[in-house]
Ligand binder design. Structure first.
Ligand code: ATP
Ligand code: MG
Length: 362
């Protein structure tokens, strides 16, 4: 039977408090879905319900076509990797990997074959005889993943698996884990509050806030078509600029707005019919401006304040005449200095519009 995970209208209450509300989610075989969101939004609780460590207050959890609400974690046969993975310190890497197999009553030669396979996948073959104290952090993490996949579980559940690793190691582990998971044709759910982790590892990202799902989509969709201001500001670094403006009129994709008393006219990605004149928010990513040589109605004039070199690019913190802050990323060659006046023309294809309720106007 094909392995999938499905949540239907799942809610979790702790006393009066609702930690997860009406969550619908489908994770296909071989698919990696990340649960992303700020601290306390219900990511771990959702994962623990899938694992069988928490019981939903309402709704159904299905593996394939079977409802698993009443099954124990062992019966569900899930593999979970936590942030604080614990390896048995007295056992070698090989023994750590063999341990989960004892429950399966395999012959010794079968056990050895499985250990060898998994060690190969996660590049642990050369360190099988070492103790956890004798290997590096990244290797320990790989042992933890190996130990999770060795039982051939129905699905993989990771809770902030890489947060203990340093930045470089985290980057290489993301790719390695993703590659391993892709080869296994099981559904995977990864909890993280690191958006880079989500953007690089996930086939689809689920963005949560206060127990609710705000948006589910591919990394590209949530980045380019955020459904509301929360998602728009949560995804992408440096953070998207959100400019409160007054909409005068919107004709097709041409909008006339007033920002800080200045009339501006430029292209936007929006459905004009959904917009009525009044307060709206423009969402423009820091990389979605082009620098103009002169001021004009299609450009926002700002004064640069803080200049942050970021390698090939420079992040400039600037302000409009009435102190609205705007972040803009320019190529390093531009050599922007503090106090300089810049004229920023928003890229029409990347200028998002949110109505007064913060919802995207598509
Ligand atoms: N056993 C519990 N009893 C009462 N409240 C709980 C319990 N477990 C979690 N909560 C609450 O439910 C909410 C969601 O918690 P959860 O651990 O799912 O958040 P999270 O998204 O994983 O956050 P983080 O990123 O900090 O790990 C929080 O407000 C938390 O305090
Ligand atoms: Mg958590």
């Amino acid at each position: 039977m094909k392995s999938t995970i499905e949540l239907r209208d799942v809610t979790k209450n702790f006393g009066q408090f609702t930690a997860v509300r009406d969550v619908d989610l489908f994770v296909d075989a071989g698919e990696v879905v990340c649960l992303l969101g700020p601290s306390g939004c219900g990511k771990t609780t959702t994962l623990r319900m899938i694992a069988g460590l928490e019981t939903p207050s309402a709704g159904d959890i299905l593996f394939g076509k079977s409802r698993v609400n009443n099954l124990t974690p062992e019966q569900r046969n899930v593999a979970m990797v936590f942030q604080f993975y614990a390896l048995y310190p007295a056992l070698s890497v090989e023994e750590n990997l063999t341990f989960p197999l004892f429950a399966e009553h395999l012959s010794k030669s079968k056990r050895q074959a499985r250990v060898a396979d998994v060690a190969e996948i996660l590049q642990l073959t050369d360190i099988l005889n070492r103790k956890p104290s004798e290997i590096a952090e990244g290797e320990k993490q790989r042992v933890a993943v190996a130990r999770a996949i060795i039982r051939e579980p129905n699905c993989f559940l990771f809770d902030e698996p890489l947060s203990r690793l340093d930045v470089e190691l985290r980057e290489s582990m993301r790719g390695q884990i993703k590659e391993v998971l892709q080869g296994l044709s099981k559904p995977t759910v990864i909890v993280t509050h690191d958006q880079l982790e989500a953007l690089t590892m996930a086939d689809r990202i689920t963005i949560m806030r206060d127990g609710l799902i705000e948006q589910i989509g591919t990394p590209h969709e949530v980045f380019t078509k955020p459904v509301n201001i929360f998602v728009a500001s949560f995804i992408g670094t440096p953070q998207m600029n959100l400019l409160g403006v007054e909409l005068i009129r919107c004709n097709g994709n041409d909008a006339e707005v007033v920002l800080d008393g200045n009339p501006l006219k430029f292209g936007v990605e929006a459905i004009a019919s959904e917009l009525s004149p009044g307060e709206i928010t423009l969402g423009i990513r820091p990389r979605a401006f082009s620098l103009q040589s002169e001021s004009g109605k299609d450009a926002i004039s700002v004064t640069s304040e803080i200049i942050e070199p970021m390698g090939a690019e420079t992040l400039v913190h600037a302000r409009t005449i009435s102190e609205t802050e705007i972040r803009v990323v320019v190529p390093r060659e531009k050599k922007v200095t503090s106090g300089e006046t810049l004229h920023l023309r928003p890229d029409p294809g990347q200028t998002l519009v949110f109505n007064k309720h913060g919802k995207a106007a598509w």
